[in-house]
Design a binder for this molecule. Structure first.
Ligand code: ZN
Length: 468
């Protein structure tokens, strides 16, 4: 009798297992790597105390990183980063390298920590060149970093306030096209070095075609230079407007209209014989809980003008924990191809099923959500629930410059540890970032082949490294 009971007991237990439905099946070689990964994850786990929101890379804290797991995350062929913002995808150390000769910093009073170009009409008389500040030891690199990033413990004044301050502190550069070209190029190079083959960038625009054209052509130049060295690298733009109090609905729609026109002019002509779309979509962003709801823009976003424009929607939505924020519903009705964040989709179970059935992928930005205070323990981030419920997700870096030392690498490190992902889950996330990209079907197939080659050689190399 007891044996029968135990037999049933085991059978029942085997029915209930933690599973991610679209996790990939693994080859023998991949299963071997998965076992190595399980070992290093366990070791890494020991670095963090049980009640800490572990897996977080602090700006100045190398001891908190498990080197083998971190290397694994760095080398991992990730596919695409589908949610990065134009001016903030570059890692901070490279940003400082580029600007230090050109930028002046104010270290006094109201403007403390603000960076200026030499052309700035507001340049204070006592501002000092950044390179000089570092050379003379007025600030060391850590102190300069602390001025330019979001850190833990800044909730007092509000994380978004801090982010806005950082945007305005660095804002003088955004109109300095020659410096921005360097920043974009270095941003792209660093993406490629971190195993990213495609970056889809939110491109912040204005209501002026000429300004948008100059900017987008420069981004394209920066991309071409990286592609000359790496023929398998791709960049695409998603035209983006604000939706906060400073932006009227009319002006936001005018900016998006401008992107529709510019998208017909600027193509990816790296291979002149076979031009491709360069601007692929439209979006609206800003701190959601205090901005206009997406429904204010529904008239325009759902119009024939947008539907026939050849551009798809990739809407920021649900970057909120609130019940009365239903922008995840707006994005669904407006037929957004993917969505950015969707943090509060968990509040809408029926809608979550629709996202899963219609394969509306979510661009999950763990480090950004953490730094902006939406979730203080990434083990509880709802992205894992979305995966478990069959909603496709891709990991993305958002405003990496201000969020973390190695944008996207740290997002994978946090996800692998905090969500306890196995290699099949990780492979599925990487594949999603290509499958649900805004590329054409032909481009997706081609990119997928390139990524699979990278993936297979990564698996053999890691097996050699971790098995020895
Ligand atoms: Zn964003």
């Amino acid at each position: 009798m007891k044996n029968e009971f135990i037999k049933n007991y085991i059978e029942i237990k085997e029915t209930y297992v933690p599973v991610i439905p679209y996790s990939e099946e693994l080859s023998a070689e991949e299963m071997l790597l998965d076992s190595h990964l399980a070992r290093i994850k366990k070791e890494a786990d020991k670095l963090y105390s049980v009640n800490d929101p572990y897996g977080i890379i602090e700006w100045n804290d190398d001891e908190d990183i498990h080197p083998e797991l971190y290397q694994f995350c760095h080398k991992l062929p990730k596919g695409g980063d589908l949610h990065a913002h134009d001016n903030t995808m570059i890692p901070l150390d490279r940003f400082i390298q580029i600007i230090s000769e050109h930028a002046f910093i104010s270290l006094n009073g109201q403007t403390n920590g603000t960076l200026y170009t030499k052309y700035s009409p507001d340049l204070p008389s006592d501002a000092i060149r950044v390179s000089e500040v570092l050379e003379t030891g007025l600030l060391n690199e850590k102190e300069l970093r602390d001025i330019l990033v979001i850190r833990d413990g800044e909730e007092e004044n509000g994380y978004w306030k801090r982010l806005e301050k950082l945007f305005s502190a660095t804002g003088d550069f955004y109109n300095d096209i020659p410096i921005m070209e360097k920043i974009w190029e270095e941003g792209f190079r660093s993406c490629y070095e971190k195993g990213i083959l495609l970056v889809e960038i939110r491109d912040w625009g204005v209501e002026d075609d000429l300004m948008n054209i100059i900017r987008d052509r420069t981004i394209r130049e920066a991309y071409y230079r990286v592609r000359k060295d790496h023929s398998d690298f791709l960049v695409r733009l998603i035209g983006c407007s604000g939706k906060d109090d400073y932006t009227t609905v009319e002006s936001a729609c005018e900016t998006l209209r401008s992107f529709i026109r510019v998208s017909k002019i600027i193509k990816d002509e790296f291979d002149p014989a076979d031009p491709k779309d360069f601007i692929i979509g439209l979006d609206l962003a800003n701190e959601e809980d205090i901005s206009k709801p997406l429904s204010d823009f529904a008239d325009f976003l759902g119009s024939e003008e947008v539907r026939n424009s050849g551009l798809r929607l990739y809407l920021h939505c649900g970057e909120s924990l609130r019940r009365d924020n239903d922008s995840v519903v707006d994005a669904y009705i407006l037929d957004s191809l993917r969505v950015g964040h969707a943090m509060n989709l968990y509040r809408f179970p029926k809608l979550m099923k629709e996202y899963a059935e219609k394969n509306i992928a979510i661009e999950v930005c763990l480090m950004s959500n953490y730094r902006l205070g939406y979730v203080k323990d990434l083990r509880l981030h709802p992205g894992l629930q979305y995966m478990i419920n069959g909603v496709p997700i891709a990991l993305c870096s958002d405003d990496g410059l201000f969020m973390t030392r190695a944008p996207i690498v740290d997002d994978f490190y946090a996800a692998i540890l905090c969500w306890d992902l196995n290699l099949g889950d990780i492979k599925a996330i990487c594949r999603n970032s290509i499958k649900y990209s805004g590329l054409s079907e032909k481009e997706i197939n081609h990119l997928m082949e390139n990524w699979e080659k990278q993936w297979n050689s990564f698996v053999s190399r890691q097996n050699k490294k971790l098995g020895s």
